[in-house]
Design a protein around this ligand. Sequence first.
Ligand code: PMP
Length: 708
Amino acid sequence: MQASAVRRVRSVEPSVPLVDQVPTVDGSEWAAVASDAGAVNVIRVFRFAVGHHLSAESASLTAVGDLGRVCALLGRGLRGLFHPAGGRDLAWDARRVLELAPLVSLVESSARRAVVEKALVDFERVALPRLDQLRAQLIHNDVSFGNVLFDDEHRVSAVLDFGDLIHAPLICDLVAPAEHLLQRPDGLRALGTLVDSYRVVTPLEDEEVELLPVLLRARWAALALISLWRLERSPGMAEYVSRWQAGVWEMFERVDRLGERPWCQQVLRAVGAASGSGTPRRVSTASLAVARQRVFGPALSPLFYRSPLWLVRGEGSVVFDVDGRPYLDCYNNVPVVGHGHPQVVAAIARQARLLNTNVRYLHELPLELADRLVESMPSGLDQVLFANSGSEVNDLAWRMARSYTGSDGAVVTRDAYHGATFATAALSPEEWRGEAKFEHVVRIEPPDGYYGAHRREQVGWALRYAAEIDRAVDELGVRGQAPGALFVDTGWSSEGILAPPPEYLVELCRRWQEAGGLVVADEVQMGFGRSGSGLWGFQVHGIVPDLVTMGKPMGNGHPVAALVARRDIVERFSENGRWFSTFGGNPVAAAAALSVLDVIERQELVAHAGAMAQRLRVGLERLVGRHSKIGDLRQIGLLVGVELVEDRTTRAPFAAADVVEGMRGRGVLIGSTGPRGNVLKIRPPLVIKEEEVDQLVEALDATLTSLG
Ligand code: PMP
């Protein structure tokens, strides 16, 4: 088995430095020689390997990392090999460590006996039930510091000793190189380096990494017990054998001092395990908030919640805080396909491993993405430019519209938000403070049929709002401006989330376009399926914009944004200007966005969002009957606004903040919006499940009940 393993690794992973073997005179890999006592000894001869030993305690991190890399390469070299001897009995078989339990009596100190016993009990409880579910193969099983040589650059120059080969879970192969690392002062960092380097070659599964702490303690138990047993049987080997134990007791004592759970979390965090993101931690939430204030200063938007949330992990519609508490995320519209979607994450990682450059080199991914976006648009919108944020593409749309119309005149709704650049901040009255006034920007009333000048009870209310655009055109004229660009967030998310009937936007855009202006559909909020009936919000309203901007959900969290525009607009712009963004449309961003589109398609998320939106509607309407604080419900698919009032007759606003806090206390994240801060903003990922929709509704029911 050893010979075939070496042969296999040599052919499959030739970069692994193995020791050269000298064949016997008749060309075989070993010779069998009878001893005087009548036993048969197998003899093999190797050439000297060049290099020196490093100890786990003093090896550089470079050496530790290279050991992890070589360990993974060995595993990769062996993974296709079958050998019946792989099933043999071996004391170092990690799965059989419990069979060593009778040796515990050899441990003299009762305190030490207790920690070994605890390690075995935990192994039995935590690891044993799960080991059989992990991928297994032939593994080297002893890629420890004692079995490798390093060159002067601290790279592995030789792997020795295939004597512990066994068929076992792949993750067990990482235990031998890791076994003594935690003796080091920088032990956690060294362990992280080892595992990270391993992962570069062979990605590890969460279930595998999560077992590392318990496997490590079991290995220490095995080291101590086997060494005591050997000492008893062959005192002549005392020096060699007792080396195995060196450091083991000290590491056990550290676990004991810290407590098993906190120690385990510490190790899990060091190796980047999904569940390692909980306590203990060196800093508190409060001290992190203080640091935020100190280093980010007063200009940054404030934290959410009176007692801020420290989030560390997400999966689907759920995010977890630093203490491991789950929250249903009904606020963040970026992760449309769910937090940490494995397909998106894999696409990003795969491309990041291959190459990341910019669009001044040819690459197929940004082109494929551009084609996919164009396919989803009305005909005529066939030019695509990439950037990294919604603000940037709105800025670019603004530049395009100005060059096309020759005008600076912009129209936005009263509390619109379109970005954070110098130009788009001027188009974002929601963020204007004090006396901010921009001569080139005219504001129109948003189509608010509940609070605004025209109410839903009035016939033709929406068209009255649409007619506002004529006043805006006149006002621009008075200021000496022709119609330039009208920016519309197709969900009016900063206006309290509005859902006017289609005739509103159709009429508004008709009048504006006839007056010579361009329409920019800002799909940063609504894009990528949020409406539950199509990929883009403008489709719900039945308009054909001149330019479309998108960002936020486009990469499910990876920064990527795009502008889609008519060719004549882009051509006009290019007469006097050019566009380039270093990161815009890079292959990694394109891979992210393409996989988001794939997931939306394959998981049929638009239809799913539509169905979940319907379920949410039904649930919320039930609450309207139960809670007089709900004044109005507005919804476009999975963008939902719940308008809160003190009193349905006066429609006096009821601040959303207490409800948002109450929902957090019940494990659900939502936000607030609207000029009066009284609208609950609900935007769950499109992958939200039925039971999660119900959880949201129940939490809102309970919160409103508690607020009386
Ligand atoms: N447009 C709209 C409608 C938005 O909601 C936002 C972000 N809240 C932006 C543009 C700006 O996007 P970003 O923050 O990615 O620059």
